[in-house]
Design a protein around this ligand. Structure first.
Ligand code: AMP
Length: 302
């Protein structure tokens, strides 16, 4: 595995790989890897792609009062995990390399970015789509892998790729959880012991909502109350949102009817750390099929 830090070198490497008949699979990340990241790398490798992983803590997607400075980093550890997962190139550009001057050109996806995380992070998704468009342009991947943990991000990137006819297949991968159910996140490293225990409240709220659905509840407002009641009961948690939306266009639902995929999503601050989690659900008569994601076999710290 090699590490590349410049855009020119990255282009040359990817051009050569494509000329050799290989398809490049890109996994965009902000580093500080856990099993969620590793699962995307493995998915790319298992699909037969030449795997390029980018690590770039993108300032453009952080608001002025957000945790850019506190975002965890450990490049040496990331290198080992990526190498073990069969990654061929780590692309680790500096901020100056990616933004030699403040960009006058950004990519904005409308509508899908207004609710959920976009409501409290109004500039976040423009930062995400701008950097992902740049990475697609630099790397030229045939496929790019994103986690369903960031369900809205996946939907936004898919739409950008379709609207701009970018020649990239966007692959959504399962949400990976810690053994206690908490969604894996680099930001979990910023939680102290009490906060880490309190973080379980997000998945607990989602399970409450799915249980209510299984008992026959179909009113979205009631389900939102179920979600927020659980989060509000945790003293260390401050709710950002508790939502029940159409998983396709992310618009809020009034009732959950049969057939369509529904996204049940929560975001909360635990101390200073903002965490998100979600489950998708398909309602088919009395049958409620929830996708809680997958559980990692061992804690990421072992
Ligand atoms: P990040 O480094 O947090 O920006 O995430 C990079 C990629 O990994 C994104 O596509 C995320 O959706 C994905 N990812 C992060 N956490 C998880 C998780 N727990 N399960 C699956 N994918 C994840």
């Amino acid at each position: 595995m090699i590490t590349i830090t410049t855009i020119d070198e990255m282009r040359v490497w990817c051009d050569a790989a494509r000329r050799a008949g290989r398809r490049v699979g890109l996994v965009p990340t902000m580093g500080f890897f856990h099993d969620g990241h590793v699962s995307l790398m493995r998915a790319a490798r298992d699909a037969g792609d030449t795997v390029v992983v980018s690590i770039f803590v993108n300032p453009l997607q952080f608001g002025p009062s957000e945790d850019l400075d506190r975002y965890p980093r450990d490049l040496e550890r990331d290198r080992e995990l990526a190498r073990d997962a069969g990654v061929e190139v780590l692309f680790v550009p500096s901020v100056d390399e990616m933004y030699p001057r403040p960009p006058l050109t950004t990519v904005h996806v409308d509508a899908l970015t207004g609710g959920l995380c976009g409501a409290s992070r109004p500039t976040h998704f423009d930062g995400v789509t701008t950097v992902v468009a740049k990475l697609f342009s630099i790397v030229g991947p045939g496929r790019a892998y994103f986690g369903r943990k960031d369900f809205q991000q996946l939907a936004v990137v898919r739409r950008m790729t379709a609207d701009l006819n970018l020649p990239v297949e966007v692959v959504g991968c399962p949400l990976v959880r810690e053994p206690d159910g908490v969604a894996m996140s680099s930001r979990n490293a910023n939680l102290d012991e009490r906060e880490r225990a309190a973080a379980r409240v997000l998945v607990a709220a989602l399970r409450d909502a799915v249980d209510a659905l299984r008992r026959g509840e179909r009113d979205a407002a009631t389900l939102r109350r179920v979600l927020s009641a659980r989060v509000d009961a945790e003293a260390l948690a401050t709710l950002d949102y508790a939502e029940v939306v159409d998983a396709g266009d992310l618009t809020p639902l009034a009732r959950l009817d049969d057939g369509g995929e529904v996204l049940v999503a929560v975001a909360a601050r635990i101390g200073k750390t903002r965490l998100i989690d979600n489950m998708t659900v398909i309602v088919d008569g009395d049958d409620v099929r929830a996708d809680p994601g997958i559980t990692a076999r061992v804690p990421a710290s072992e």
